[in-house]
Design a protein around this ligand. Structure first.
Ligand code: MMA
Ligand code: CA
Length: 260
């Protein structure tokens, strides 16, 4: 996918959350405001002053055919103006509600910066991930730099409005492993809470036995109820292993991209 434009929205840590949010909105809202104010400037000149007085003054002077034409073009002009104002309003309103949605998400997340890009030429909305998260298809991923138990790892993710990685495809797994270190294990959002080998994804995605990447011989122990992704030199591949949930491992958080 081509990256055509790139927007970096930076918000100083020192600002309050409210103002950070509005700073973030400012860069995007500019476009809508500019369009909108052009519209109102034009309308401010005409409907108030020109619309009412002009027809009353002109018909009394000289040629009666000319004012008719003038009135007609004025009417057409006003009509056009009204239509463009309406369109501007609709666009502004749509943009504004989109921004409100983005602002809400940002507030929930507590993130200080977003990196946004347009995924293709015609795209109007920015696809954003928090700074330092990696975008892939419609998700953002964060590779942890600390080890935690599985529960702590999931809490760490949910505090950022994310969850432990849910692997839905080989493509997603392949993308993720390009960002990992061979000598570390990474918790994913898959566990067997009761030890009955009933695997559950943290986001309620149904466990699909056809889309699993277990290492050979895994899962192998009912007391190992949490899943990590790690690399084995034999057979030189990444895969899943069930481990005891209290083990401290690295982890991968995932969240849906934010659209602005
Ligand atoms: C072995 C293997 C795994 C198990 C871990 C526990 C190193 O791998 O038996 O299945 O989960 O040990 O540490
Ligand atoms: Ca195991």
């Amino acid at each position: 996918m081509e990256t055509l434009k790139r927007l970096m929205v930076e918000m100083p840590e020192t600002l309050s959350e409210e103002s950070r949010n509005s700073v973030n909105m400012a860069s995007e809202i500019t476009y809508a405001e500019v369009k909108f104010s052009n519209g109102t400037v034009a309308s401010g000149v005409h409907p108030g002053s020109a619309a009412a007085p002009r027809p009353t003054t002109t018909p009394h002077r000289s040629n009666p055919g000319f004012p008719k034409f003038l009135a007609a073009s004025l009417l057409a002009f006003l009509l056009l103006l009204a239509v463009s104002l309406l369109v501007a309003f609709i666009i502004f309103f749509q943009k504004y509600s989109q921004l409100l949605e983005g602002k809400k998400t940002l507030k929930e997340l507590n993130h200080t910066a977003l990196e946004c890009l347009k995924k293709n030429v015609k795209e109007k909305t920015w696809s954003c991930c928090p700074k330092n998260w990696k975008p892939f298809t419609s998700s953002c991923y964060l590779i942890s730099s600390d080890s935690r138990s599985w529960n702590e790892s999931q809490s760490y993710c949910s505090a950022m409005a994310a969850h432990l990685l849910v692997i839905n495809s080989k493509e997603e797994e392949n993308f993720i492993i390009t960002n990992l270190q061979n000598n570390l294990g990474y918790y994913v959002g898959l566990s067997d809470p009761e030890g009955w080998r009933r695997w559950q994804w943290v986001d309620e995605t149904p466990y699909d036995g056809n889309v699993t990447f277990w290492h050979k011989g895994e899962p192998n122990d009912r007391n190992e109820r949490c899943v990590m992704l790690n690399f084995r030199y034999v057979p030189n591949a990444w895969g899943w292993n069930d481990v005891q949930c209290a083990q401290r491992q690295m982890s991968i958080c995932e969240m849906a991209e934010i659209y602005l």
